[in-house]
Design a binder for this molecule. Structure first.
Ligand SMILES: NC(=O)c1ccc[n+]([C@@H]2O[C@H](COP(=O)([O-])OP(=O)(O)OC[C@H]3O[C@@H](n4cnc5c(N)ncnc54)[C@H](O)[C@@H]3O)[C@@H](O)[C@H]2O)c1
Length: 288
């Protein structure tokens, strides 16, 4: 789908020379990579940020983007003609987040867009069995990480004095409950509240803050969740996917490009009067 060179792309939103960080973007097939690529197609210089390493059983190989994978993703986007750098960053660490923001600025001179996409959704347990350390891990990445990245990115944007964009990747789980996912659902509902509060605080600096709420996209995490929920519900994978499609008015699961398009729009001038929103990108499955 993205086999063309950037100069041949019809940029819809003209973000030439803007600088965007996308956290959790160092995995093939992930939402982060798709958003980074789409922003690059719009002319942004891109920082691919990701954990870069596995970290014990809570952050296993199937859940994280390693430095090798980050470089591969960056190289793929560079091959389209974009300027891309990689910076490993654990969003749970304020020191690493500060280094991410200063690294982006020293590489590209400024920061205009932060996409808070890093997240974990594979630590699933019933609430009566939920381990405290798993609860903490989910909340630390999905919510505290978003806070730390927003704090330091927004400070940089305020210093520049030219506005900016904070785009938070929430979920359908920001609006509805799901079993086995109390930590994830709580974190994503938290993202929505955080987005609204930050939108009010940053409005006077012309920095917008919005959330995107995807329903299901078959990324690495999405595939893992399909397996998990079909097992938990005693269904085959095909039955599970068919039941999912039947709930979605547009009749299909989301594609990474669907989320990337919404991200590019929110990053653009076309969205300059939209802030504090939590935009469903769900084929109509989620409507409130
Ligand atoms: N796939 C879906 O159906 C779906 C639906 C709704 C919301 N989301 C959200 O979209 C985002 C991306 O998910 P995805 O489906 O592309 O999954 P993914 O697993 O491909 O991406 C998550 C990324 O977060 C990174 N990450 C994890 N812990 C980190 C940490 N401590 N510091 C920095 N990075 C860290 C991982 O390395 C990975 O690259 C997540 O926030 C997820 O909750 C996904």
């Amino acid at each position: 789908m993205y086999s063309f060179f950037l100069s041949e792309v019809n940029s819809m939103y003209g973000l030439d020379g803007k600088v965007a960080i996308v956290t959790g973007s160092g995995r093939h097939g992930g939402l982060g990579k798709a958003m980074a690529q789409r922003l690059a197609e719009e002319g942004c210089n891109i920082v691919i940020a990701d954990l870069g390493r596995t970290d014990g059983e809570l952050f296993p190989t199937h859940g994280v983007g390693t430095t090798d994978e980050m470089e591969e993703v960056a190289e793929e986007i560079r091959s389209l003609g974009a300027k891309v750098t990689t910076i490993p960053c654990d969003v749970r660490s304020e020191e690493q987040v500060k280094a991410l923001i200063s690294g982006a600025v020293s590489e590209f001179g400024r920061l205009d867009v932060i996409v808070n996409n890093a997240g974990i959704g594979y630590l699933m347990q019933l609430v009566t069995e939920m381990d405290e350390e798993k609860w903490d891990a989910v909340l630390d990445v999905n919510l505290k990480g978003m806070f730390l990245c927003t704090k330091h990115a927004a400070a940089q944007m305020i210093e520049q004095g030219e506005g900016g964009r904070v785009i938070n990747i929430a979920s359908q789980a920001a609006k509805s409950g799901f079993p086995y996912a109390s930590a994830y659902v709580a974190s994503k509902h938290g993202v929505m509240g955080f987005t609204r509060a930050v939108a009010i605080e940053l409005g006077s600096h012309n920095i917008t803050c919005n959330a995107i709420c995807p329903n299901h996209v078959t990324t690495g995490l999405g595939s893992w969740q399909n397996e998990f929920f079909s097992d938990a519900l005693g269904m085959t994978h095909d039955e599970y996917m068919e039941a999912m499609r039947s709930r979605i008015p547009l009749g299909r699961a989301g594609l990474t490009e669907d989320i990337a398009k919404a991200c590019a729009f929110l990053a653009s001038e076309q969205a300059n009067y939209i802030t504090g929103e939590a935009m469903n990108v769900s084929g109509g499955e989620e409507m409130h």
